[in-house]
Design a protein around this ligand. Structure first.
Ligand code: THU
Length: 160
């Protein structure tokens, strides 16, 4: 029996198509790229999350001289929220990037580890996280849940 996995997402022309709440979250993510420590890749990623208490928290990638030790913006942010605001849920997260090596006009696509980490947070708080993906300019993609980005993701239920 063949089965299919489908998901819907919004593909918007640019940031002006977002409502004000999402647009300001994306602007915070764009600003957060400037806090990245990315001397090795020169690929600066910024992420911003809107919490259930209304606060916007930001994170950025932090690289290491020992390359694999570095951490992506999304997990910097998620781990910071999990530590500082363990009782808040994440309503939405915007992610953007800045690099002198590319035009930065395509939406970013989070890596597999970050997709798992986003899914972990959704499962932990039983709440979907809206994910807004963008470059510096150009199209913006809006995904309703991290689940959509990681089909057959490991949810930890077998560990119980
Ligand atoms: N990176 C992120 O921070 N988030 C992503 O979604 C993709 C990749 C970082 C990791 C590394 O510091 C640099 O971008 C290049 O891979």
């Amino acid at each position: 029996m063949k089965q299919q996995f489908n998901f819907e997402f919004d593909y918007l022309e640019d940031i002006s198509q977002l409502d004000e709440q999402d647009a300001s979250l994306l602007r915070a993510a764009m600003k957060a790229t400037q806090t990245a420590f990315a001397p090795y890749s020169n690929f600066k990623v910024g992420a911003a999350a809107l919490l259930s208490n209304g606060q916007i928290i930001i994170g950025s990638n932090q690289e290491s001289a020992s390359y694999p030790v570095g951490i992506c913006a999304e997990r910097t942010l998620l781990n910071s929220i999990g530590s500082q605001f363990p009782n808040e849920t994440i309503i939405s997260m915007a992610i953007s990037y800045d690099s002198s090596k590319t035009a930065c006009n395509e939406p970013i696509s989070p890596c597999g580890m970050c997709r798992q980490s986003l899914l972990d947070f959704e499962n932990r708080y039983h709440a979907a996280i809206k994910i807004i993906l963008a470059g510096k300019t150009g199209p913006v993609m809006v995904v309703k849940s991290a689940k959509d980005l990681l089909p057959f993701g490991f949810d930890g239920s077998v560990l119980k």
